[in-house]
Design a protein. Sequence first.
Lengths: 237, 94
Amino acid sequence: MDTFGSLAIVALAALIHASFQLSVSVLTLLGGHAIGAKRSQATVLRLTSSFVGGVTVMTILLLSFVALVLSSVYGNHAPEYAWAIVCGLLVGVGVAVWAFYYRREKGTSLWIPRAIASYLSDRTKATKQSAEAFGLGLSSVIGELLFVAAPILISALVLIQLEPLWQLVGIGLYTVISLLSLGTVWSLIGGGHTLSRIQRWRETNKYFLQFAAGSGLIILGFFVYVNEVVAAAVGAS
Amino acid sequence: MSLAVDIVKREGRRPTEAFERAKLHASILAACLSVRTPEGQADSVAQAVCDAVSEWLAQRPEVTSQDIRRVASTHLKRYHPEAAYLYEQHRMVI
């Protein structure tokens, strides 16, 4: 696969990552608590910026770590079975997202373990310092690992094939695109929009986001499978 | 101020406690402020909702915290629908 094709896959995987909503939910709640506690707009902005910073750092760390592990196991070219396993994971997670991503109730509750959801909710309420908001950002990425593992794994597999400079570009590209939805909500909160409007939009469109994320994972899984596994098998015969 | 009403917390998993108007006032006020309502207006709305809930509680010896939330939300919807939406959604965001 050429560099452009690899980066296109990374970009699509990052776009799918961006459609997952746990970090956006936590940011919405954090903004709500900060504004409701009569904090100044500067403090609200500082807390939410620190949160976005935490999400950014954890996304970079996760992708870099997975790519490092994969490159130390496979070198700079992963075998077909590794591609096949990750493609299977993409399709499996895609179907799971279609079926389970949001709970079938009012609001935007996600199918993550309730203990994690309660922890994040309680920590959000207790967050008063920038460092705490940063830590909350780190935790919220871990909280949705169940869903983001698949796009991160496929991106890491693609990235280890590239030249070191392009690997850095790929990590940067993934991080920027995966933060698009979070960045949008952050700028809306910073711009003075009411949280009820943001939350109402999220609730109204939640099934579309769920469908888009699931479909994206399945399409990406099939595309990479054909490109890396089927093409290699046909080429070998 | 607190009324002599026992509040059963979250499906009985936590000990019951007496109703505290100040706690309800603070939560309604926070919901109003979250939707960027001016502080004076938010306080008036919170007072009005607390009055309505206190009146509702007067004839009841024991209620659940869910009941209080539901009744408060119903009254808040009359005064400030946007704040009521966020108040209802509070536990349904994550």
